[in-house]
Each structure stands twice: as structure tokens, then as C-alpha cells.
Design a protein around this ligand. Structure first.
Ligand SMILES: [Zn+2]
Length: 552
């Protein structure tokens, strides 16, 4: 949020005659209406009434005769600050509701706030400044209206009709009730946002050392005693990318040639490679998506398994190499591996470190003499800001009037969304290079005897003018969940069939498929969640957005 307008200084204004009781009442009404307008946008139902009851005492002060200039000035400032706290609260909630269908204390918003650096916030603002500006504009107007009203509080005593005194007492009683009730007074913006800030800090410090949880997960995996169903050397490469929507991949039928290299690999590999046509994430942001992916769709369960811990317990040497510098991911997942390589030293996702920087690490890991290897590669993919995700100046789609651009124009998408789409597609083209290179390496680098497998998927999708005139993470549109998922194996029980590729796939079940790629069997295995297994049984996930069909 922007800096709110400064408190108007009444001393700098020309001396005006003190307001008449009618004018003071009018000012009180205007201030109340302004606060109400923003409270209604950010809250609903009973909450609106509760918030207004909490806001009332300061507003009603305007109907109290204040003769002293000093007290009057104090009242003006106090009423303004008080009213603006409610207005700011309403605007912030309305913004989050509008952009993410989420409350400030939802896991989505709390974890994003805890996991965001100053630089990332600046980057976020540079991308979303339009809608932020609209809300700041609304707040500035509210600030002016409330400031004007606050200066017009009653200065001389007046005789109020009996009914209005009764009404006043009734309102004050209601407000007193609100302040007496703990859950109610917690809604006061100051109390609420202080508590919010404490939750964010608590979350962040909870991530600072998850050593204990990690050892517990490794111990659980050891107790589960996973067995290998195949002997001999085995290498599995898992490439998890960020914010890639399959609708923008040529491989999935997109009109712009964004995946020439993966398509060439597909041609070459034929039925060794599965392109899962109907792949879905069940989360629209990184942290929960990664939790589900590595936690078998049940992260945080006391008896739950972690894929890397399970692989280690089964005798795999594990690597985690990443172009993210993300403390939560590092603590929850990366440090579970034997070898951790974080190439990006810029905290957050503002860094311009390109994913290609990881390729040397992938090669090095593949050349490691270990018999069984699980190599996890965590890419930045097309995470905003899109223009940081490909080599500078390397955008073949820039200012290119093609069919995609014409379609977006036809759908009424703004020029800035269309420009983001061009950058996004350039990021996908670069991602294609990196991902195809990891596949190439998985096939050919290091020891080439024995079994090798490679899987590629995105943590979640991205909205870039697909379903709405917006760009970014999108819990509220299907585009936020549409991901690619590809699997290659140099030897499989049976070749990939067309029917298998059409099976809908959910990323929170991916660990069951990966356990199969690793040839790990244990008591908790669920073949009905492994998309490669004939016993696979699809169950549609419940997403925050209605999806007409998961088969598309
Ligand atoms: Zn992500």
C-alpha cells in the first residue's frame, strides 16, 4: 500500500467561522459514510456492522462541542487517523479479495508476505501498480473527505433533540459491547494488523530452522523401510519449474513456437516420452504446491512421507539444485537432500539469475559415480517478472502482430497484458531450452548403462490474459492451475500410450508417480494415484475456482 496522504494541518487554513450544529452533523455523516464505503468493500455481512461499531466512538467525537483550539486540532488529527485506519483496512482487504479471493490472514497471503523480500515487493508493485493505484486513489479521496469532515467537528454547544441523544447513547452502547467482546475488538484494524504482522514474523522465524522436522521425516522414511523393486544403476532427474502454463507451450498446441526443443525431443523419443495433456496443480502459489508435491499431497501430516527422505531411505543419493533463493523451500525441502546447490544468491525472485546457470550442476551430478541418484532441479521458469526470465533482448515475440496478439486484442485485453504475454512467451522459449537440455543430459551424461528417468512439471500455472485482463499468479482463474507434466524413461514396463497421456493428472499426486519412477515400494504406496499405473483412478481435486472440465 502507498503512503497515506498526510494529516491536514488545520492551523494552515484560513480561519473559518465555527460550524453550525447542522454543519457538524453533516461532517459527521460524511466521515461515517466514507469509512462505511471502504469497510463495505473489504468486509461483508455482520462484519460491516461490527467494524462500524468499533469505528464509531472517534467519529462521534465530532458531535461533541470542543472550544479549545488545541483540543480541536488534536481531535481533527485523531479522528482522521482513526477513520483512515478503517479505510486502509477496508481497501487492503478489498484489494486481496479482488486479486486473490483471499483474506489477509489466509495461508496464501501470510506465507507470501513472510516469504517476500523488499526487492520482491518493489517488483510486485511494478507489475501490479495499476490496481494498487486505483485503491490508493480511492484511499486518497477518502483521506480528503475525512480530513474535510474532521475539521468541521462541533465547536459550540448545541441543543440536540431527545431522540438524537437516545440514538447516540444506543450507538455508544453498541460500540462498548464491541470493545468488551474479545473476538469483536480483534477486528479493530490496529489490533488486526498488529496480530497479522506477528503471524507473518512467526511464520518466517518458524522457517529459519526446520532441522528437527527434517530429521523426523528422515526417521519416518527409514521406519517405512522402502524397498527397491529394480536392481542395478538408476538415475532419476526431477525438474520442477515455476509459473509455467501449458497453454503457452507449442508442445501443448499453442500458436507461438515456444517449445521447439521439447517438440524435437518428443519426435525423437516417441513412446519413451509421455506428455500428460491434462495436468493440473491444486495450488496457485509455490510454497503450498511444493509442499503437496514432495509431501504426497498430505504435507504436514504427522505420519506423512517426504519424497526425498523416502528416496534416501531406499538408498538413493539425492541432490537439490535451485535457481531460487527461498528460505522456506530451502528449509522444508532442499536441505532434505544429501547435496544442496543454490546457485542464485539474490533472495526472493527479483534476481536475474537465469535457469541455464544450473545446467553445469546437473551435468556434475549426473557424472557422480553413485549407483542410484535422484536429482531435483528447481527452476525459476516464468515466475514474474517475466522479462528477467530470458536473456536480455532475446524476445522474438516482442511487438509481433501475430494470431495470438490478434486473439488477445479481440478478447479486449489491455496493451500491457499483451506486452506481458510477449515477455511470458519469451520466458517459455528460454525455459524450453533449459528443460530440453536437462532431458538431453539425463539421457546422455554420466554413466549411460542402467535405468534413467526424467520428469518435468510446473509448481502452478499463471494468468497472462487467458481468462481475465490480468497477469500474475492466479488462484481465481483456471489458468493459475494449468501446468505441463512430461515423463521420459529409457526403459518402462510398457510404452507410453495415447490413453495414458490423456489421463488427467494432479501435481499433488506426483510423488506417487515419482516413487514409481524411482522403483520404490513401501507400505504406503498407492498405485491408484500413480498416473503411469493401470490401476490409476482419477479423483478431481477441489480447487478454489470452478473448472468446467479437467479433461481439457
Ligand atoms: Zn511458483
Amino acid at each position: 500500500m502507498s503512503v497515506p496522504p498526510t494529516v491536514p494541518d488545520p492551523s494552515s487554513l484560513p480561519a473559518a467561522p465555527p460550524p453550525t450544529p447542522r454543519q457538524a452533523l453533516y461532517a459527521l455523516g460524511l466521515a461515517t459514510a466514507t469509512v462505511l464505503a471502504l469497510v463495505v468493500l473489504g468486509h461483508d455481512g455482520r462484519r460491516v456492522a461490527q467494524l462500524m461499531a468499533l469505528a464509531l466512538p472517534a467519529l462521534l467525537w465530532l458531535a461533541w462541542p470542543v472550544r479549545s483550539d488545541a483540543v480541536h486540532r488534536l481531535r481533527t488529527a485523531a479522528v482522521w487517523l482513526w477513520a483512515m485506519a478503517f479505510a486502509l483496512d477496508g481497501a487492503a482487504r478489498a484489494y486481496l479479495l479482488n486479486a486473490y479471493q483471499a483474506a489477509p490472514d489466509s495461508a496464501l497471503v501470510l506465507s507470501a508476505a513472510a516469504n517476500t523480500t523488499g526487492r520482491e515487493s518493489a517488483e510486485y508493485l511494478s507489475m501490479h501498480w495499476r490496481s494498487v493505484a486505483v485503491w490508493c486513489g480511492a484511499l486518497a479521496c477518502a483521506g480528503l473527505l475525512v480530513g474535510r469532515s474532521a475539521r468541521r467537528g462541533l465547536r459550540t454547544s448545541a441543543r440536540w433533540p431527545r431522540w438524537s441523544i437516545a440514538l447516540l447513547c444506543g450507538l455508544l452502547l453498541l460500540s462498548a459491547l464491541g470493545y468488551a467482546s474479545k473476538p469483536w475488538r480483534r477486528l479493530h484494524p490496529v489490533a488486526y494488523w498488529l496480530h497479522w504482522n506477528a503471524s507473518v514474523n512467526g511464520l518466517r522465524s518458524g522457517w529459519s530452522d526446520l532441522e528437527k522436522q527434517r530429521s523426523a521425516a528422515l526417521e519416518r522414511a527409514r521406519v517405512a523401510a522402502p524397498a527397491l523393486t529394480r536392481t542395478g544403476p538408476s538415475t532419476v532427474v526431477l525438474v520442477v519449474t515455476d509459473s509455467i502454463n501449458r497453454d503457452n507451450m507449442g508442445l501443448y498446441g499453442y500458436a507461438r513456437p515456444t517449445t521447439p526443443r521439447l517438440q524435437a525431443q518428443q519426435q525423437l523419443l516417441g513412446t519413451e516420452m509421455a506428455v500428460l495433456r491434462n495436468a493440473w496443480s491444486v495450488d496457485a502459489s509455490t510454497l503450498p504446491a511444493m509442499g503437496n508435491l514432495f509431501g504426497f499431497g498430505q504435507p504436514g501430516r504427522a505420519d506423512g512421507q517426504h519424497l526425498i527422505a523416502l528416496a534416501r531411505a531406499a538408498g538413493y543419493k539425492t541432490w537439490w539444485m535451485s535457481n531460487h533463493d527461498d528460505v522456506a523451500i530451502e528449509q522444508q525441502h532442499a536441505r532434505m537432500a544429501d547435496v544442496v546447490d543454490m546457485v542464485n544468491r539474490t533472495p526472493g525472485r527479483s534476481g536475474a539469475s537465469l535457469d541455464g546457470e544450473l545446467l553445469d550442476c546437473v551435468q556434475e551430478a549426473l557424472e557422480d559415480p553413485a549407483e542410484r541418484k535422484l536429482i531435483v532441479v528447481h527452476l525459476m521458469g516464468a515466475h514474474p517478472h517475466y522479462r528477467l526470465r530470458f536473456p536480455s533482448g532475446d524476445n522474438p515475440f516482442e511487438d509481433h502482430a501475430d494470431a495470438v496478439d490478434a486473439q488477445l486484442t479481440g478478447q479486449g485485453r489491455s496493451a500491457w497484458v499483451r506486452r506481458y504475454r510477449q515477455q511470458y512467451d519469451a520466458a517459455l522459449l528460454y525455459n524450453d531450452f533449459v528443460v530440453a537440455e536437462t532431458l538431453q543430459l539425463a539421457r546422455n551424461a554420466g554413466r549411460t548403462d542402467g535405468y534413467r528417468a526424467w520428469m518435468y512439471l510446473s509448481d502452478h500455472g499463471q494468468e497472462v490474459g487467458h481468462g481475465s485482463d490480468r497477469a500474475g499468479h492466479s488462484p481465481s482463474t483456471a489458468s493459475g492451475y494449468r501446468i505441463p507434466a512430461l515423463i521420459w524413461r529409457n526403459e518402462a514396463a510398457q510404452p507410453v500410450s495415447a490413453a495414458m497421456q490423456l489421463r488427467p493428472f494432479r501435481a499433488d499426486w506426483a510423488a506417487w508417480t515419482l516413487a514409481d519412477l524411482l522403483h520404490i515400494d513401501w507400505a504406503g504406496a498407492l498405485p491408484e494415484r500413480n498416473v503411469l499405473d493401470d490401476r490409476y483412478r482419477w479423483v478431481a481435486p477441489t480447487l478454489p475456482v470452478a473448472v468446467p472440465s479437467f479433461f481439457d
